[in-house]
Design a protein around this ligand. Structure first.
Ligand code: ADP
Ligand code: MG
Length: 233
């Protein structure tokens, strides 16, 4: 089964008397364990699409099936439940909790949403700290980390609940180029290791070359889908 199937997806925002048609009919399919990017200029609807996939925003029309569930039909509380079980998020400004250490930031979703026994929680956090290369920084707080280190912690946090897909809206926008490549390649390594699908948005052409599938957004539609060998190593 495909992980995600969107058909005729639309999103219209009402701004006073004005309707903004952010997405005008998007069709796409995303397979499990894939590494895909939505690209397009600012305002092309990347965030709107990711927010709908992430059950943060409700489609105006169309269907959006995730693992066979049409998430367009979920009410607010069912959507929150679905999100907590299946979806991890990575943000452009990292969104770590400033008073918590790297370890505690990664552990946070397990404490908030799920009732994992302490020992299992510890093992999972340690496994992810190691996977993202931050074991030796476990006790650091965000203000003691570089941007790249913060995003590594955020990648670990997105994976800690065993999400089936991780959504990353311009995850490299606040990173220099070398660090941006490293983070994208880290996400790909996590895909290889955990089988998690990564869906990110970017408008940086150099970062696009890292994705295996690129959906180009134009005028509220997916104008083209390209499958490619990732270029950069
Ligand atoms: P991108 O992430 O590609 O820059 P967005 O999805 O943020 O694009 O925006 C797509 C379009 O929808 C833009 O015209 C934007 O102004 C509009 N838009 C996005 N969010 C809202 C909102 N909450 N209310 C009204 N218009 C919005
Ligand atoms: Mg955006």
């Amino acid at each position: 089964m495909s992980l995600l199937v969107a058909k005729g997806l639309t999103k219209t925002y009402q701004m006073g008397d004005v309707e903004v048609q952010a997405i005008k009919g998007a069709d796409f399919v995303i397979e499990p364990a894939s590494f895909v990017a939505f690209v397009g200029p600012s305002g092309s609807g990347k965030s709107t699409l990711l927010n709908m996939i992430g059950c943060l925003d409700h489609p105006t029309s169309g269907t959006l099936a995730v693992l066979g569930t049409d998430i367009a039909t979920l009410d607010r509380s069912a959507a929150a439940d679905f999100r907590g079980k299946n979806i991890g998020f990575i943000f452009q400004d990292f969104n770590l909790v400033p008073v918590l250490t790297a370890y505690e930031n990664i552990e946070y979703p397990l404490i908030m949403v799920q009732e994992w026994p302490a020992e299992r929680r510890r093992e999972q956090v340690m496994r992810l700290l190691k996977a993202v290369g931050m074991e030796s920084q476990a006790d650091k707080r965000p203000d003691q980390m570089s941007g790249g280190q913060k995003q590594r912690v955020a990648v670990a946090r997105a994976l800690v609940s065993n999400a089936k897909m991780v959504l990353a809206d311009e995850p490299t926008a606040n990173l220099d180029h070398d660090t941006a490549y490293k983070i994208i390649n880290l996400m790909k390594k996590m895909r290889d290791e955990f089988g998690t699908t990564f869906i990110f948005s970017t408008h940086d052409p150099k970062i696009m070359s890292e994705a295996e599938t690129i959906f180009t957004l134009e005028d509220g539609h997916v104008a083209s889908t390209n499958h490619q060998e990732a270029a950069h190593v």
